[in-house]
Ligand binder design. Structure first.
Ligand SMILES: Nc1ncnc2c1ncn2[C@@H]1O[C@H](COP(=O)(O)OP(=O)(O)OP(=O)(O)O)[C@@H](O)[C@H]1O
Length: 561
């Protein structure tokens, strides 16, 4: 409920206006019907005056005008609340704990956010706000006006209410089960859909698309049949209510005929007021059922919003030292039961160029992620300058670190955005930076130049071009530590050599840590650290290791073959 409260608080004024207008309109709707009774009875008795007709006209005018005005806060809140929930999810991703983030599947998450945002909107807007501003006032005012006309009919009305609640609760039990099934099937459906879109080549080349489509179709069948079932149960509510109201209408006619107690105006008003009294109950029941079902979707969304945060992002000490000097002492790390880093110690001097080398899965990226504060360690110590990493505010750290990741290091945006994000930089400077990473030709040949969109995951660029674009960012940052996680893996040898030469010159005073599988690219580094099964098993310069370390020689020979 904390997120709902937050969204309501952010829209406080519109919420109050919407509730106020709703209560006023509910009163006017019933007052209009009550006044209509007086007009008809006045007409029958010959006592109707000109002023009475004009007053009735004015009541109608105010009623319709206010109903029209009601649309403004209604739509503002309806659309706004839905999108506010979606915004919450982006805010969540910006602060989520990295290990939690690793567990999230994009397809399922997108569906969960979609379902959760519309469910959250329904809970707030379609249920609570409608109940407070619309249904409850309409029921209260119509019951009041019915009570004024005839008390016995009011008692019968209440018996009807109880009957409806009993029926609703029986039907709800069926609906819960169906809704749970729909949510699971929808998440599954989206999971297949998104992985098909994102990994098109994997599925095409392995000829798995027919089986993927079959599984997606089966999820679709489940969703459709469950949704149809749910809709039929929902519609049954309205049919039951319509029958009940019809029975009451007949009852009133029968009662009026038998007792001769009611005037024509009263009969007309009663029939309209009963409609007013029951329609909100009918709507309430449907909304209540929907509310309960929406809460199930919303709960899943809230589970995502409640995932662990990385509190270190905003909290911790501000950095007062150069972080280029790094000291790791007896560091261990494990994923659940599995030890990945085992009692690792390492000292890096400021300005040194260090390469992490070792077989796949030996823990190189894990150490990098720990150094960047993404993964949290609880054994050992890491000092950046004289500050312990676990006490540092990470947003402060990220001002001093440049990181090029192993996965696609670019995002869906223009070349310019990928280069400088939102910084104000002249075109000339950007072109110069692109030249340094051998990318000038790319921009020169594009009609839109720096404003060219590179597509999701940079699909319009080659693997090596994406990496070079990420490298060019370094020309607009002023880091004390540069971390490169297999950042040149997709480049050809010659391009890699030239780009690394440029980068090393630019970063000559900075500490650089690079993970590399292609050993030639790090031949000029100050020190190479050899990783095996989460431990450091050797270190030295390229030449030293080549002559003294059999594991390094093995890696090197495999490289040059
Ligand atoms: N989220 C995770 N949950 C569990 N285990 C993980 C997770 N991420 C990585 N691992 C495991 O941790 C080990 C070390 O992975 P890491 O990415 O550090 O290796 P690496 O040396 O960088 O490998 P590569 O050179 O292939 O990138 C691997 O065995 C990997 O399976």
């Amino acid at each position: 409920m904390r997120y709902i409260k937050e969204i309501l608080k952010n829209n406080k004024l519109w919420v109050l206006a919407y509730i106020g207008l709703g209560i006023f309109n509910a009163f006017m709707a019933n007052y209009k019907t009550d006044y209509f009774q007086k007009v008809i009875d006045g007409l029958a008795a010959g006592t109707l005056t000109f002023a009475g007709v004009i007053t009735y006209g004015l009541i109608l005018l105010v009623n319709y005008c206010m109903n029209y005005l009601d649309n403004y806060p209604e739509k503002k809140l309806e659309y706004g609340i839905y999108l506010d929930f979606k915004l919450l999810s982006l805010r969540k991703i910006s602060t989520i704990d990295y290990t939690e983030y690793q567990k999230i599947g994009t397809g399922k998450l997108v569906q969960r956010i979609e379902n959760g945002s519309s469910a959250g909107r329904n809970v707030v807007f379609n249920f609570w706000l409608r109940l407070i501003r619309d249904l409850l006032p309409t029921i209260v005012f119509s019951v009041y006006f019915i009570w004024k006309i005839d008390k016995i009919i009011t008692y019968i009305l209440f018996v009807g209410y109880i009957l409806i609640f009993i029926i609703t609760n029986i039907l709800l039990k069926f609906l819960y089960k169906i809704k749970e099934k729909i949510l699971n099937s929808e998440e599954l459906f989206n999971h297949f859909l998104v992985r098909g879109f994102m990994e098109m080549l994997v599925f095409r080349m392995s000829k798995q698309f027919p089986s993927e489509i079959k599984k997606t179709r089966s999820a679709k069948e489940d969703i459709v049949s469950s949704k149809v079932k749910m809709n039929m149960i929902h519609e049954a509510f309205f049919t039951i209510f319509a029958l009940l109201v019809a029975m009451l209408d007949i009852g009133i006619l029968f009662y009026a005929w038998k007792t001769k107690n009611l005037t024509v105006g009263s009969i007309v008003a009663l029939i309209a007021l009963i409609e007013n009294a029951y329609t909100p109950i009918a709507i309430f029941n449907v909304l209540y059922v929907q509310y309960k079902l929406d809460k199930a979707s919303y709960k899943r969304f809230e589970e995502f919003l409640d995932l662990k945060e990385d509190n270190q992002l905003r909290n911790g000490d501000a950095i007062h030292t150069d972080i280029g000097e790094i000291s790791i002492k007896n560091l261990s790390f494990q994923y659940e039961e599995r030890k990945i880093i085992d009692d690792l110690s390492l000292f890096i001097k400021r300005g040194q160029k260090i390469a992490f080398v070792g077989e796949s899965g030996s823990g190189k990226s894990t150490v990098i992620k720990i150094l960047l504060g993404l993964l949290k360690y609880n054994q050992g110590e890491i000092y950046l300058g004289d500050m312990e990493l676990s006490g540092i505010c990470l947003n402060n750290l990220y001002d001093r670190v440049s990181y090029i990741s192993q996965d696609v290091p670019v995002f869906d945006g223009t070349i310019k955005e990928n280069l400088v994000f939102e910084k104000n930089v002249s075109e000339e400077q950007m072109l110069d930076a692109l030249k340094e990473v051998q990318l000038s030709h790319l921009v020169e040949n594009l009609a839109e130049g720096l404003d060219t969109e590179i597509g999701e995951k940079g699909t319009c660029l080659s693997g090596g071009e994406k990496q070079r674009l990420a490298f060019a960012r370094l020309w607009f940052e002023n880091p004390e530590l540069v971390v490169l996680d297999e950042a040149t893996s997709a480049m050809d040898n010659l391009t890699e050599e030239n780009v690394m030469k440029s980068v090393m010159l630019k970063m000559k005073d900075k500490t650089v840590i690079a993970i590399a599988h292609r050993l030639n690219s790090i031949a000029g580094f100050d020190r190479i650290i050899l990783f095996r099964e989460g431990k450091i098993v050797g270190q030295g310069t390229f030449e030293e290791l080549l002559h003294t370390d059999s594991y390094f020689k093995e890696l090197y020979n495999a490289n040059v073959q």
